[in-house]
Design a protein. Sequence first.
Length: 367
Amino acid sequence: MANKKIITVVGTRPNFIKITQLDNELNRFNGYFKHVLVHTGQHFDKNMSEVFFEQFKLRQPDYIMDIKGQSPASQIGAIIIELEKIILIEKPDLVIVVGDVNSTMAASIAANKCGVKVAHLESGLRSFDLDMPEEINRLVTDKIADIFFVTEQSGYNHLVHEGTEKSKIHFVGNTMIDTLVAFEPEIQQSDILSRIGIESKPFVLMTMHRPSNVDSKERLEILLDIIDHICEKHFLVWPIHPRTLNNLKKFDLYQRFEANKKIITTEPLDYFAFQKLISAAQFIVTDSGGIQEETTFRKIPCLTLRENTERPSTVTIGSNELISYNAQSVIEKIEEIVQGKYKKGQIPPHWDGKSTKRIAAILKNIL
């Protein structure tokens, strides 16, 4: 019996959320695959990581690097050096890289230089914004990769346009949705609504973390204008980043923020609690990437305060809208939602909870 060895490299919590079902699906082939899990440590907090692995019933990684807290360039360099050592020990047939973080690009470079094939999970996504570090990571990884797993039609189109052989591109769908589907019972059992006292209250969920949105006084004032409008009819739940809180104080906006008694702030939340909030919210206001996909799957209106998205199917098919960072534009969209005039989103093809199963079957045919 063939024993094909695969190394999967992950570095951040969103990476792990995209591979929670991979071990299970590879194991269905009765020992055909040996799966080695490498955590680069790009996001690593011992306590948080242990809770995370426990929640998702994930086994501990076979290797954990210690590269946190470095500059992006030195982090990438350290991952390349450390992963080369692991590749030389394990001698894999394939390295799987996930998403668009520094670990993704570094791992693809290391594997390529060691003569090992690379599969890129979530390939072909493009924002066309070269000021975004993630866009550089995507472009470099997709130039190096040998097998391309795409989540949506735009990914396929971009790769073909860039000259990738069609036979190497596999439209498998979105593995992050696999995690949502697999853990939906646990998500719905979360007691977060009662914990923060909004069980029977209509609320809006907000996440804002991009420096461009929370590091300037002018932008924070616009955000508070939007929040004031939301709070005329809804409560606002905001898992707020400490940096945003500090900036509100620094720019003398904290009093205005604190005076609004319909804002409910929370500590950073675990996955199940956060997904429960998404599922129960009237709508979402965000500048995040993944939330655009999760709201699309749940058909919940999502207003994304960004000029571009690397996930256009969430806009063209799903319930997401891109809106410029302007209070009036956002307020107009909010009114559409409140009045029931907002578009009815659909779920994109293959976002059905079976994407990881497709990936495992494809790898069995290829390797």
